[in-house]
Design a protein around this ligand. Structure first.
Ligand SMILES: [Zn+2]
Length: 764
């Protein structure tokens, strides 16, 4: 609550900064020389005093870890007037009307500026080169027409530009109209990025008009340093692609989070809050939010406490209140849109936390391989019955089975073996009671039962399976990384390096290891258990063929919303890492309130984890090792078969591991599907066309959702298409849940449709 309020207050403050200081003067020396050259000004030099104008520095660039530009400052211009240099009224009117036309401004406003008693007034800032060309033409015209060379000037200015628009928006953040960092890295590293503004000290006359440059001193601006993020643009893009799709597929109400972290260094490789926002247009809220705000009326005032039944506000007062409510709703919508949920939201971690509880018990040796944990579908604690998701009960389990079953009653017993005091010690040691210290603004605190860690038996029971205390996603992945890396708690960070203007390294941000949380041996054992879980247990929807993945699902109830009201919503999450035998990357996937029918982490989050990892692990050049079963489903690359004789092509297709289908009456292959270079499952079919007529043949993609692996393969061959299988393809009870080309689409025979599988019936 407190943290939320503080964040909200800061947002309001930032808005104020933007509004109040957004129109400061920026001036460069060159332009200044163009501006002030009237000789007649020198006469009153005696009455001079000093004035100081800031010269803006160019803001540094933000790069991804491989040098791709994520944010940069481009040159733009500002148009200024020197009204005191006009001689006649008709000159003012002409210039005002031309400027208003070119810059899309109100004529009256510009005319007003031409009448000021000043040598410097800004007409418009941050104009682009197209407008600049027109202003240059106008300057020539004015000089020819009226012999006035110094009434209009173009000064250098800078504009922040984000080439990838929405990518990593909650991490990168944005700047205000004066180039000051307002959010994210732009805010956190503002002192490095902003550079040192120069100064132009000029003499002014007693009545405030600026004197010619003879009386000025110039201090050059020093451009800002650049910042290299730990974020990898490719990984970030893969993450956002799958997260975006999952938000739609699962009708997620309150957005999703994904964090990918190097388990050894704490470097954040990807961090997304999806949906994000357009960094090039951060003050525009979505159409739906806009619609809601526009709909604010008298009823809304009553419903939201702006008005009470017994108030007798006049019509005018009601209008004022509506205006106020709209502006407050707009601020709230903006701060919600900008919010980095990965570090600012807290949530009940749910069953993902079982990896922490089990680590405690193993480290303290309060359980052993001989320990048995019984589950009859619920656990009786005094007068309270705490249920298991498997109401029939899991029976007798050892601790590996307990984790793979994600059995709550078993974990209550494991938690009891650890005890309240030790539980609190490890909670602190794993970093849950403190901020991770990630280099981003807006990190929230956790919320534990009590401040000193004391808790009752029921608190301990539910805490053992991750309920009723709140942590941030960044805390969870940092703790999971400690299990993955051999027991070390490292500090997560998003910036790798600060570079000087000439590209030299100003500062390296190295790994900060806080402490050893559990022993190497326990960490290694936990990796094995979590791998077993992701292969055969409740986490098997997170399985990635060819890679050793470890992980745990979680489904937690969101018992209260930010107002403290009861809501029956869920967080679906999956947290894991790979490769399990030598982990490099950890990832947390988190969806806030999926409304698409299924809300379990196993169904909503685990497949997304698998999809992202299936692209990220090969990208990280980790070599896949397939089992015999997996090898049958692995894709291979189709060769070039066109231009060959039918018999030769057939021989080559078979040698590449595919079946062949010939279409047409010709003797030479004129076309092939799939195309050369595309990937097809081993044992798939390549269609070879031998004349132009045959090429036009089409087949219709059938529905491939809701079937077993066997059925999907059968349907594919029946309809003459190829299928590439992804997701939980190692499990005999898997069912297909999505297909890359929709049912009913007309495609060439042999086209590859990607079909994803998961297993159902895991209610966690
Ligand atoms: Zn159970």
């Amino acid at each position: 609550m407190g943290a939320n309020q503080r964040l909200r207050q800061r947002t309001v403050w930032l808005l104020i900064i933007v509004l109040v200081f957004g129109f400061g003067a920026v001036i460069s020396r060159l332009a200044y020389l163009q501006l002030i050259n009237g000789e007649d000004l020198q006469q009153k030099a005696v009455e001079q005093q000093l004035s100081d104008t800031t010269v803006s520095a160019k803001r540094g660039t933000i790069y991804d870890r491989n040098g791709k530009v994520l944010a940069q400052s481009a040159s733009v211009w500002q148009v200024v007037l020197s009204p005191a240099n006009f001689k006649e009224e008709y000159q003012r009117e002409y210039v005002a009307s031309e400027l208003a036309e070119i810059l899309s401004l109100e004529y009256e406003d510009v005319l007003e500026k031409t009448k000021q008693n000043s040598y410097y007034t800004v007409v418009k800032r941050k104009i682009e080169s197209e407008e600049r060309e027109k202003i240059l033409e106008l300057m020539n015209k004015v000089e020819e027409k009226y012999d006035l060379s110094s009434v209009i000037a173009l000064l250098d200015d800078y504009k922040r530009y984000y080439p990838y628009s929405e990518l990593a928006s909650s991490v990168i953040g944005f700047t205000g109209s004066d180039d000051q960092g307002l959010y994210g890295v732009e805010f956190e590293y503002d002192e490095y990025l902003t550079g040192t503004p120069g100064r132009l000290i000029t003499a002014t006359t007693a009545n405030g008009t600026v004197m010619p440059f003879d009386y000025s001193q110039n201090v050059e601006a020093i451009d800002g340093n650049s910042v290299v993020l730990t974020i990898d643009e490719t990984i970030q893009s893969i993450i956002e692609k799958y997260m975006q799709q999952a938000i739609v597929d699962n009708d997620v109400y309150n957005r999703g989070v994904c964090i990918a972290m190097d388990v050894n260094t704490g470097e954040i490789l990807g961090m997304a809050t999806v949906d994000g926002y357009d960094l090039n247009d951060p003050f525009t809220i979505s159409k739906e939010e806009r619609k809601k705000i526009n709909a604010i009326d008298r009823d809304y005032l009553f419903e939201n406490g702006y008005l009470t039944e017994d108030s007798n506000a006049t019509g005018k007062e009601v209008d004022e209140l509506i205006k106020q409510a709209k502006s407050e709703a707009e601020s709230a919508a903006l701060s919600k849109m900008w919010r980095n949920k990965a570090i600012s939201d807290t949530y009940y971690p749910g069953s993902v936390f079982k990896m922490i509880t089990l680590s405690m018990a193993l480290e303290e040796s309060t359980i052993s391989q001989k320990s048995k944990f019984n589950c009859s579908g619920y656990f009786q604690l005094y007068d309270k019955k705490i249920g298991c998701h498997n109401t029939a009960g899991h029976g007798t389990q050892n601790y590996v089975e307990a984790l793979c079953n994600s059995c709550n009653p078993a974990f209550i017993q494991i938690g009891q073996s650890v005890g309240e005091e030790k539980f609190w010690d490890y909670y602190q040691s794993f970093g849950f009671s403190e901020k991770t210290g990630i280099d981003l603004p807006g990190e929230s605190d956790d919320l534990f039962f009590t401040e000193d860690g004391s808790m009752g038996p029921v608190d301990l029971a539910v805490a053992s399976f991750g309920q009723n205390f709140s942590i941030t996603p960044i805390q969870m992945i940092t703790a999971a990384s400690a299990i993955a890396n051999g027991g070390k708690l490292v500090q997560p960070h998003v910036v790798k390096q600060i570079l000087g203007v000439d590209g030299s390294v100003v500062k390296n941000i190295s790994t900060d290891t806080k402490r050893q949380v559990i022993s190497k041996e326990v960490a290694r054992e936990m990796c094995g258990i979590l791998e077993e879980n992701a292969t055969n247990g409740s986490g098997k929807n997170g399985y990635v063929a060819g890679y050793r993945v470890a992980g745990k699902t979680g489904t937690s109830e969101k018992l209260t919303d930010s107002n403290g009201d009861f809501v029956d919503d869920y967080i679906a999450s999956f947290c894991g890492f790979a490769p399990a035998d030598n982990p490099e990357i950890a990832m947390l996937v988190f969806f806030d309130t999926p409304l698409g029918g299924n809300y379990y982490g196993s169904a909503v989050a685990a497949p997304v984890f698998a999809n992202i990892m299936s692209e990220v692990l090969p990208y990280l050049e980790l070599e896949a090792q397939y089992t015999e079963d997996e090898a049958a489903n692995v894709d291979t690359i189709a060769g070039t078969y066109t231009g060959l004789s039918v018999s030769e092509a057939t021989k080559n297709v078979n040698a590449d591991g595919f079946d062949v289908t010939i279409k047409g009456e010709g003797t030479t292959v004129v076309a092939q599907v799939p195309a050369a270079g595309s990937s097809i499952p081993t044992g798939g079919t390549v269609v070879l066309y031998t004349d132009d007529d045959s090429v036009t043949q089409k087949v219709t993609v059938p529905n491939l959702i809701g079937y077993s692996l066997y059925d999907v393969n059968y349907l594919a061959s029946y309809y003459g298409i190829n299928v590439s299988l992804t997701g939980a393809v190692n499990s005999s009870d898997s069912t297909s849940y999505s297909q890359s080309i929709p049912e009913g689409t007309e495609v060439s025979p042999g086209t590859v449709v990607t079909v994803a599988f998961n297993t159902s019936g895991i209610n966690d």
